[in-house]
Ligand binder design. Structure first.
Ligand code: SAM
Length: 278
């Protein structure tokens, strides 16, 4: 019998044909499901919301990791990922030998275990000796590390459940305090089509707190509306301008990120520009 799974979000949905369910766990924080799909490889859902598919996760993870890396005005050595339990952002950060320490603070250890078991292509970064894992709330974690990180990437779920504090002004102020001089943040900033108020809110916080900030759009077909944002913000330099470029084998390996797409990602349709100017 055919089986389809749907994400229903803000009153409409995305439906994917699946072959079988690989994982079905209720953790302390959320319902974790992984499916083998017919056309999109594996699919990870948390509380019924698509987090990634094998088909297009490279787009989101490359942009979330490499935009902050290349826009950072100092050569980054220490990075932190908040959320991101599937390991995709870690995997991409691990491609930079310049990084000496890569920390991750994920609230739900069961997401990590499920990803290691069923999504090894995504969760492969955990074996990197530079990676140190902390299980806990990222909002509390950043308060303990003032002036420490060159890059902080917030790869969170939507602002419901455990992700809620990661979309508040106080959290953005704490992120700023946790950066070393010249550091940069990149945060999951939702879709200007699907959740415009949330996208607008985080862009406003970033604009009020940092000298340079902006919403970069990423094309990810399996997120509802096909677009999701990364909000970049720094006190040093322009987030829109990469300071270094991928070279050699990495340049060949990256499938989405290029310096041109980095600059172009900030070019928004007029209605979105106006949303962020309000
Ligand atoms: N790219 C994905 C998306 O937006 O669809 C997000 C992927 S990643 C799986 C999101 C992770 O954020 C989840 O594993 C969740 O457990 C974690 N998370 C949510 N709230 C958190 C918090 N307060 N602190 C740390 N991690 C959190």
């Amino acid at each position: 019998m055919e089986r389809w799974v749907s994400e229903v979000n803000a009153g409409w949905g995305l439906t994917v044909k699946v072959k079988e369910q690989l994982c079905d766990i209720q953790s302390q924080f959320q319902h974790i499901e992984i499916f083998e799909t017919v056309n999109l490889g594996k699919l990870l859902m948390l509380d019924g919301i698509v987090q990634l598919t094998s088909y297009d996760e490279f787009a989101y993870h490359e942009m979330m990791a490499h935009m902050p890396f290349y826009a950072c005005s100092r050569l980054p050595e220490r990075a932190l990922v908040i959320g991101g339990g599937d390991g995709g952002v870690l995997r991409e950060l691990g491609k930079h030998p310049e990084l000496k320490e890569i920390h991750i603070c994920e609230i739900d250890g069961e997401v990590i275990e499920a990803a290691k078991k069923f999504l090894p292509e995504t969760a492969c970064g955990y074996d990197d000796p530079r990676v140190k894992l902390y299980i806990g709330d990222g909002a509390q974690f950043v308060r303990k590390r003032p002036g420490f990180y060159d890059i902080i990437i917030v790869d969170s779920t939507d602002p419901a459940g455990p992700g809620e504090p990661l979309f508040g002004r106080a959290f953005y102020a704490d992120l700023k305090r946790s950066l070393r001089e010249g550091g940069i943040i990149g945060t999951q900033a939702e879709s200007y089509y699907l959740l415009p108020e949330i996208a607008q809110r985080v862009v406003r916080f970033a604009g009020e707190l940092f000298k340079s900030s902006g919403f970069a759009q990423i094309n990810v077909p399996t997120y509802p509306t096909g677009v999701i944002g990364c909000c970049l913000a720094t006190e040093a330099g322009d987030v829109r301008e990469p300071k270094r470029f991928p070279e050699g084998a990495l340049k060949e390996e990256l499938r989405y990120y290029t310096p041109e797409i980095h600059r172009g990602a900030f070019m928004l349709p007029r209605f979105a520009q106006e949303l962020f100017e309000k």
